[in-house]
Design a protein around this ligand. Sequence first.
Ligand code: M6R
Length: 613
Amino acid sequence: MCGIVGYVGNRSIVKTLLDGLKRLEYRGYDSAGLALLEADKIQVVKTIGKVKNLENRILNEYGEIEIAGPSAGIAHTRWATHGAPSERNAHPHLDSSGRFAIVHNGIIENYLELKSHLQGKGRVFVSETDSEVLAHLIAECYEGDLLSATAAALKKVHGTYGIAVIAVTDPGTIVVARHGSPIVIGVGNGETLIASDVSAIAAYTQRVIYLNDGDLAKITAETIDIRNIENIPVSREIAHIDWNPEAAEKSGYDHFMLKEICEQPEAVANAIRGRMDKGSATAILAGLNMTTREMAQVNRIVIAACGTSLHAGMVAQYFFEELASIPVDVEQAAEFRYRNPIIEPNSLVIPISQSGETADTLAAVREAANKGAIVAALCNVVGSTIARESGRGIYLHAGPEIGVASTKAFTCQVSVLLMMALLFGRNRRLSREDGLKIIDDVNSIPGLISQVLERKEAIEKIAKKYAGAKDFFYIGRGCLYPVALEGALKLKEISYIHAEGYHAAELKHGPIALLEAGVPVVALANNIPGKDKMIGNIQECHARQSPVIATATDGDNEIAGIADDVIWIPECSKFAAVVPTVVALQLLAYYIAKERGCEIDQPRNLAKSVTVE
Ligand code: M6R
């Protein structure tokens, strides 16, 4: 939710920290701040709002702050949980002496108790945050070594954290620690970086160390000393990130969201490349690491995810049940975690997460693993916690997704899940001939997306016509039902229009009461099974004066005759239809939000990855 970056080395420290913060801004943008370690003092600058505000303040008030190297600094971009967005609540936080500074991601659950204990010792708090206790606690525990003080402080803490600490007592040093909130160390030549997300540091080094939960590290420009909370050295491998930092730039597009929508043909092509075998009419998903026998023994699949990833899971339910005859439960990850779910020995649990860091999905992974399930994750971010803790799974290879509204991750998730259903299907009842048809479906997806993208001006026109509406309904059937939910989610999160997705059959069980002139209904009426019923639903909407925007298969005059506006979708199978249809809805939401002048990449109250409950 929040972003952390830190640097120790000889570069311009302010520029490096600001650059890292800008790359992390999609994680939180309520406020930002940085702390720089000078010989005998820590200098802190904070502002509310975006990183640009922080940059302007530094330039206006300080000129450029340059510190003779090697210097250390930490910085943070915040998504408020405890305490409103304000300068006081922005990180970094100092202890009362101003000699220790921390930045923190996560939630300290026992902070009130710790705070009153520390206040009793004369420590003065200036913010309403839970995080500030860490600065005071570390100062209290300091007995000559920053890492030991941090470890001692963290032993008193309940909750989750990814933290970075600097102190005047330890020049040229940053201490980091992780429990439930990621920290990655970038290994440079004569410099070391730290961040909550590799995207902040990928421009500086491709060599990274992912800390595990319970790890602490003391870093200088030349050294990295990793220990556990008992101060015992632990060794962690250096991983190489095959990530082109330019992939995280806007590259001339107005917004990351539009760039990521337009990247989808290539993203899906990357997700499916080399993963299908026409010879045996199946998919090759080596990351699952399951023998054909183990696959055949799976008698139930449980999918746990949140938001857009949850919608991909709902689509997959149709795929697995129809192609592989495996019963599938799709669970909101938080519900899975707290409901004491029934997991049998042959249950396969599939967590789905773009970021691989979503707190509820991660907790579901742990719960499933504890109950003895086989856990195979679908993640986009390589090396993310969910990917690593699941131990097996499939990466999406969608490339970095920066826009808060998830787009290309969804279409890659759906494509990979279709391949997974093909694999399990061929492992049981699906014929070779039907397997080949699914391979054709999967291979057709990048081209189908390109065709929709070529029609974006037409979608923009429709978007402009309806951008003033206050409420929208989206309705779908079959595997287009979750697409209706996803279309509504996209619209509400970036345009702030109230939008609801429903199964079309559910309309008359209540929501139809809200239909009237001025409340558009987006009806997913592609020419796939369920279309005839959808025609009836469109008539019901018309009878209540609601204008209908329909998605329809190219050349379908029947739908064109009854809808007010049509978004044309190329002809394709019902399985493949999910992807071009959702791309059309992404574009519709994007252009409506643009017309309304919304902050598309950084919508209010949202952050890219939800690493707190
Ligand atoms: O990183 P994840 O896929 O686990 O994230 C799950 C949701 O937080 C995410 O999909 C969210 O709903 C997006 N803002 C949707 O656009």
